[in-house]
Design a protein around this ligand. Structure first.
Ligand SMILES: *Cc1c(COP(=O)(O)O)cnc(C)c1O
Length: 714
């Protein structure tokens, strides 16, 4: 092999495993090799590799420093894939080594270059996968291959959102087609009402584990079916039930076709609950037993995580639609129509009741959990009807609070600070309170300086992005220029980015615009706010809220202080969570099941200003961030909104702004930094996915694989 060939081979192998997505040095390597190609492809290393010419490779191979960097990245990658010391899972979860956990999710947010996610659920699934790999936990993930992803957001001059669907070219995604023994692409079949749906299976490598993605865009499918999995969360109920059949039934068939046997199923949200029925069908064939008998076994090895108390978040299919699509399952499970539909009903014998995926998932899983302590209580109350003989607090639904994958979300500069001051092996000890306590020993000035640099990066990112967006969207030259000078790198910077679902109340801050102006436009103590987020294309009220925010960001008085960044995705999220001082979160309690974006901010030295909902309800201690309201909910929604707005303004005026601007001669706000340190010390060890996954292993995966353990916490 010539040096150029060796280099090409190493770079290709690195680009084909998404391990790079949580290794900043490797990302920088690809960026340095071809910054244009990297940027044009939403930071996709494979695109960089595809664009390499013979000449360019030759030049790179002739550069000793570059060769050394690639060698080093490659060695680290190989060492990661085949570790020589035992991983956490080898030591603590040995019984799970033989067969992987099969993890089903409708979306996966691993990196912006693989756009098969819409928001929090997907990002959580992505972080789950990365962490399983880091911990050496065998896990195989199953999802759908959305060629046109969710959607790209454009906002016109009136503040109206427009959705654009772009098809990603397959050869630039780091996927390979699964093939059978004959070398031909593996094709699985899912029986639908009057036809068979075909799917091929793509493999994405995520560190030591793989993600399988089902793709229906192939010959042999009708045009309608070819497009079935083109877009995420799109289309009517008919499309949804077909997508969910593909995910659940197709997913189990794909695992089987790939020769993968699993220790248990983990349903990340109810979308994939049909997997349990397909699994039951296979067990009946294998054992000859009845559905009632195998259902016990299937439930014993199934974990179900429910993610939202919002009613619209639970798919319900009318009986006729279910009849049409599930007849093959019903027949193979040898169930009467009533017994079959009853699996997805609260009242099994109510013929009008729809089939609810959440109910099906609860009934077919032995281990069910919510995603924060408060969400656990809310879930037990909401679904107690399924356990009529249990008191509310006895309902067998526990909680495991969501976390975030630290190395994905931490700015490289913060990672360096932690390596320097907390310990070079900080990333291996994320769940250790003692380790995080060392943050108290870091000099205020050093921590603050690091954070200032990150804020300055955010300000340049926002100016660049917003100017480019306004140019694309046909704004006036004046508005484009305004974007290039918006924001002040030293002003108190608030971030708000999330889906524009109305319960998240992005407009709460605009309840009293005059009061907001007084806070934001104070010339001695300016405050600036960066917004981002998409409203679902079918959500008109959400789009109206978005319009309010965008219009404010274009008004003469506010436009230097309030900006809206288009097309919220993992890339925008990363910039925001790394650079803001304050992360604002204003859901109507208790509708935010967990929320994870605030956890990303916390590790980067930002503070949370949030309603006591989701993770924040169990995280806030009075001195590690700020609370909106006191956790009491008013029955009247309008009254609740009014009180929360009042509390938000008051906390900003009397706590947040004064604490931030109380700075010494060098500009260091010691009181503020004390809050940052306390947040990192008290929360860093809990709100990460290492802690989360250990909880899943101990409380769900081991017991579901037949290894007895303690019961779920409530
Ligand atoms: C983290 C993240 C989310 C989830 O954030 P919430 O706090 O649940 O709103 C959504 N979208 C993106 C792109 C993210 O990175």
């Amino acid at each position: 092999m010539t040096p150029a060939e060796k280099l090409a081979h190493q770079l290709y192998e690195l680009s084909m495993n998404m391990w790079w997505a949580w290794n900043p040095a490797v990302i920088k390597l690809f960026r340095d090799i071809d910054s244009d190609g990297f940027r044009a492809s939403k930071h996709n290393p494979l695109m960089v590799v595809r664009r390499l010419t013979g000449e360019r490779l030759h030049d790179l191979a002739g550069d000793a420093a570059m060769r050394a960097r690639v060698d080093r990245a490659y060695r680290e990658f190989r060492a990661y894939i085949s570790p020589t010391t035992p991983t956490w899972a080898e030591t603590h979860a040995a019984p799970l080594r033989v067969r992987p956990v099969a993890y089903f999710s409708a979306e996966f947010g691993i990196h912006e270059s693989l756009p098969i996610y819409s928001g929090g659920l997907g990002v959580l699934a992505g972080d789950h996968l990365k962490t399983a790999s880091d911990m050496g936990l065998a896990l195989v993930a199953v999802g759908l291959y959305y060629r046109e992803s969710y959607f790209r957001q454009h906002i016109d001059r009136e503040g109206q959102q427009h959705a654009e669907y772009v098809s990603a070219p397959t050869d630039y995604l780091c996927t390979t087609l699964k093939t059978g023994a004959d070398g031909k692409p593996l094709i699985i079949e899912v029986p639908l009402a009057h036809e068979r749906l075909l799917a091929q299976v793509w493999q994405v490598n995520v560190g030591r584990n793989q993600l399988l993605l089902l793709d229906t865009d192939l010959d042999g499918n009708s045009d309608e079916n070819r497009r079935l999995a083109a877009r995420l969360y799109f289309g009517d109920q008919r499309m949804r039930i077909r997508q969910e059949l593909l995910l659940g039934v197709g997913g189990i068939r794909a695992l089987r076709a790939c020769g993968i046997d699993w220790s248990g199923l983990h349903l990340n949200e109810g979308h994939s609950a049909f997997a349990t029925l397909e699994y039951a069908r296979l067990r009946m064939i294998e054992t000859g037993a009845s559905f009632a008998e195998v259902a016990q076994d299937v439930a014993q090895s199934t974990v179900f995580t429910t993610h939202t108390p919002v009613d619209a978040g639970h798919d319900r299919f009318p009986p006729a639609l279910a009849d049409e699509h599930l007849e093959f399952l019903r027949q193979s499970l040898r169930l009467s129509r009533e017994d079959f539909l009853g699996l997805g009903r609260v009242r099994p014998d109510d013929p009008r009741e729809a089939l609810c995926m959440t109910v099906l998932a609860f009934k077919m899983s032995r281990y069910a959990n919510a995603v924060s302590c408060l969400h656990g209580r809310v879930t037990r109350r909401a679904w107690q009807v399924l356990w009529p003989h249990h008191r509310e607090d006895e309902v067998p639904v526990g909680h495991i609070t969501n976390g975030v994958h630290a190395r994905t979300w931490l700015a490289p500069a913060m990672q360096e600070l932690y390596s320097r001051r907390i310990g070079p092996d900080w990333a291996d000890n994320l769940t250790e309170p003692k380790m995080w306590a060392r943050i108290e020993g870091v000099l205020d000035a050093e921590l603050w300086e690091t954070h200032r640099t990150l804020r300055a990066n955010l300000v340049s990112f926002v100016r660049r992005e917003v100017a480019a967006q306004r140019r694309r969207n046909g704004h006036t030259e004046e508005m484009i220029q305004a974007a290039t000078t918006a924001l002040d790198p030293d002003a108190l910077t608030i971030g708000f980015a999330r889906r524009f679902a109305t319960y998240k109340r992005a407009n709460l801050l605009f309840t009293d615009v005059e009061r907001l102006k007084r806070i934001v436009c104070n010339s001695d103590r300016p405050v600036q706010i960066v917004f981002a987020g998409k409203a679902h294309p079918a959500d008109q009220p959400g789009q109206e809220v978005l319009k309010t925010v965008v219009q404010a960001s274009m008004s003469l008085e506010l436009r230097t202080r309030i900006v809206f960044v288009e097309d919220y995705d993992i890339n925008v999220a990363r910039h925001l969570v790394q650079g803001v001082d304050v992360w604002l979160n204003t859901p109507r309690r208790p509708q935010e099941a967990s929320g994870t974006s605030g956890e990303k901010v916390l590790l980067n030295g930002g503070l949370n200003l949030s309603v006591l909902d989701g993770w924040w309800a169990e995280a806030y201690d009075g001195l590690n961030g700020f609370a909106i309201g006191n956790g009491v909910c008013h029955v009247d929604v309008a009254e609740q909104d009014r009180r929360d707005a009042e509390s938000l303004y008051r906390v900003l005026e009397s706590e947040v702004v004064p604490l931030y601007y109380n700075q010494d001669e060098q500009g260091v706000p010691h009181g503020w930094v004390a809050y940052i340190k306390r947040a990192i010390r008290t929360l860093g060890w809990r709100f990460n996915t290492d802690r989360m996954l250990r909880d899943y292993v101990v409380e769900c995966y081991l017991p579901s694989a037949g290894v007895h353990s303690c019961a779920m916490r409530k």
